[in-house]
Design a protein. Structure first.
Length: 125
């Protein structure tokens, strides 16, 4: 890895984390839901874009360094497995079992489906 690629990955990761904070805050300020909709939106949309990038990269439309910076850097900072896990446990502690199951299992299923759909779209190009 070149020093320039390392710097780009680091900056992209920081931008992704900042974007995640903004999106989650925006969703929380515009909804009254007690379900973690922001994290769901972040993880599903990030999975969709990562799948799309991978499909485009495998078709040599997106160069590998761009895929690494955007996929590993930005989307790695943007998506969040740890927050999703924490929120599922918090819902369990609140005895909201169905919401916890929907959050944990639902997010995983939706994220994989979104990544698959994004990959399919990217591979069409």
């Amino acid at each position: 890895m070149t020093p320039l690629l390392f710097i780009a990955l680091s900056l992209a990761g920081g931008l992704g984390a900042g974007t995640r904070l903004f999106v989650d805050g925006f969703v929380k300020s515009h909804t009254r839901a007690t379900f973690p909709l922001g994290t769901l939106l972040i993880n599903v949309s990030g999975s969709l874009v990562l799948g799309l990038l991978l499909g485009l990269s495998m078709g040599f439309i997106v160069p590998e360094p761009v895929y690494l910076v955007a996929g590993t850097g930005f989307l790695g900072g943007y998506t969040t497995f740890s927050t999703a896990s924490f929120e599922s446990v918090r819902l369990l502690q609140e005895r909201r079992y169905l919401a916890s199951l929907a959050n944990g299992l639902g997010m995983a299923v939706l994220s994989v489906a979104a990544a698959s759909g994004g990959f399919w779209l990217g591979s069409l190009a």
